[in-house]
Design a binder for this molecule. Sequence first.
Ligand code: IMP
Length: 429
Amino acid sequence: MPATVILGGHWGDEGKGKVIDLLAANCSYNVRYSGGANAGHTVVNEHGSFALHQVPSGVFHPGVVPMLAAGVVVDPQALLEEIATLRAQGVSLDRLHVSERAHLVMPYHKALDTAMEARRGERRLGTTGKGIGPAYSDKAARDGLRVGDMLDRKRFAELVRQSVEAANRQLVALYGAEPVDAEHVLDQSEEWARQLGPYICDVERELRYGLSRGQMVLLEGAQGALLDIDAGSYPYVTSSSTGVAGACASAGIPVQSVGPVVAALHAYMTRVGEGPFPTEQENGIGEHLRVVGKEFGTTTGRARRCGWFDAAASRYIVDLNGVTSLAITKLDILDGLDPLKLCVGYEIDGKIIDYVPARPELLFRAEPVYEELPGWQGRTTPARTWEELPDGARAYVRRIEELMGVPVSIISVGPARDETIILRDPLSM
Ligand code: IMP
């Protein structure tokens, strides 16, 4: 049984959480593979409405083992709070596994994130402030603390003390910021080690064993694939590998074990933070998408930037990740908008191209080349079959399918689990 990857095909917030909640039902493992507490997945199901940040979205299914793999940066304080909130909502976290190899996001990483953004001034990235960049920097510099370090409490305390001292030197001398309170961090880290200890294990080995026994693994992306550190509009990206290659590296499984790759794509586009966004609509259309689509960050509460569907950027993600089918989400948000526009390329300095240039400065001045389609009257939310969708909605989805070169498997017409049209089984494509 191959592993399935579910990734966000845009800049995040594509509704991956709903798709994963839907597809995790028959899986043995649901593995979060990138990012940290910067993610925000919203899941609405028969148990209630949940905002998940680090815990995988398939956690609601009793047969699923939720896991955080090596490539995740774990914020221990935030994770414990999320566990407590979910428990209070009646969700069992007893099966949660956290990789020994995953790195820790420490309080000084968050302080550094804020200080670095302040120093960037006008060139700020609009990070979530969750310490992601500094935590991955320490990992790459081989100065990071890993989740497994917590298993030896005495050694962990020493490592924490040394790391806080080093980070404080940086905070004070380089950024003129306040140092973090070393004693407080030490107390906290003792508590994290005590409380998280039971969840820590060799996740990657267990996954390979599970795959060898034919068990189904669902790899869950966080952050959109357009925010990938290599493929995205650097430096306006996150600090992890958000695509399929990142999933395999993080989960410690061979690339050949990945079968289906499902990209969740909004029926339009959103972006949070800075960076180029050629189809952004800073007008009534953008406002419609933001208000009707409730496009406000689950993690930061920030208003998301909104615009027309960018087929050139989406196709880039499809090709880059070997996407096998698409989950088109939030189609209902386009109800009543007429006409609709799809961006099929860019005009940059008088030249028309149909691909995403590597340099963000080119994308900043790109003029989108649009194709116009008629909108539709009536609501898509009540539809449960392809035939029940308005003609215009079907034509819009078909055109996206043609432009992407891969079939649509799922259409989401509302936040609830059942407000979904399944055209074909994405796990068998
Ligand atoms: P960081 O990941 O906090 O370092 O932020 C880097 C960029 O990624 C910023 O533009 C953030 O707004 C964006 N970003 C990070 N996580 C998410 C997410 O879950 N959804 C949308 N954007 C995100």
